[in-house]
Design a protein around this ligand. Sequence first.
Ligand SMILES: Nc1ncnc2c1ncn2[C@@H]1O[C@H](COP(=O)(O)OP(=O)(O)O)[C@@H](O)[C@H]1O
Ligand SMILES: [Mg+2]
Length: 278
Amino acid sequence: MGDILNPAQDHVAAPIVPLRPLGKVLAVTSGKGGVGKTFVSANLAAALAKRGHRVLVLDADLGLANLDVVLNLYPKVTLHDVFTGKAKLEEAIVRAPGGFSVLLAGSGMVEYSRLTPEVRDDFLRIMSGLIPHYDIVLLDTGAGISDVVLFAVSLASEVLVVATPEPTSLTDAYATIKVLVGQQKRQNIRMVINQTARLGDGRAITTQLQQVLDRFVVTEPGRPIRLIHLGDIPSDPSVRQAVMRRQLLMQSTPGCPAAMAISQLAVKLEDTVINQKV
Ligand SMILES: Nc1ncnc2c1ncn2[C@@H]1O[C@H](COP(=O)(O)OP(=O)(O)O)[C@@H](O)[C@H]1O
Ligand SMILES: [Mg+2]
């Protein structure tokens, strides 16, 4: 795979923010768009909520926020109103059909797709107010390595990269991981391979990516990068059907292969992230 993976350019350092001790925050991110971040965030949240956890999903894909569309919610108050001081944080938190909480960005957030000191401060303030109230906060971030995406990811204690088996998705995932390692000094990166065709595809892909990283990305001595393969989600026609009906897959067809895969991811996350001490 090495020949298709070009080294990403170096980027300016992302801020290191002191949120990690406050609680578990998982950034769901990707190199390429449209790979299933929002689908995974929403359905994973439902699966975790079903297992008794207090879960919040924050729509952190500020420029292209669409968690509201997926969940069929029309909030009166959004993150935008909280940022502008028109509403209190509590008023912007809505209950999603899957039994978890959501903080929706709303279309007014487009102006926040540029990272300014104000956006950073607002985000930090909001996150530190939220984190202590939940067992886990999922950040449904944008794709790629823009400042605002990297900033959202920098707020998280854990990172989950979603990729599909397509070569373009994998090269972009590689570029994202490289930046996260270089800028944020991330060591452990969890991987979910979505839309797989065969059993075992995701593990093989993760192993290949790991080999390319080991070969081409220089890290500090004793701090190797570790890709943790959390699981695969098969390509499943029920996913598109659920999105079209604007329902959660975990509710519309909980027994379908993709929903069962998400339930397994939830168990793994519970064991490896939620139940671990901060
Ligand atoms: N496992 C899957 N099987 C089939 N289709 C999928 C699967 N995962 C995602 N999709 C399709 O991909 C689309 C884009 O997913 P989305 O979560 O919006 O991506 P992102 O948030 O990464 O941009 C979904 O609307 C759905 O139609
Ligand atoms: Mg999305």
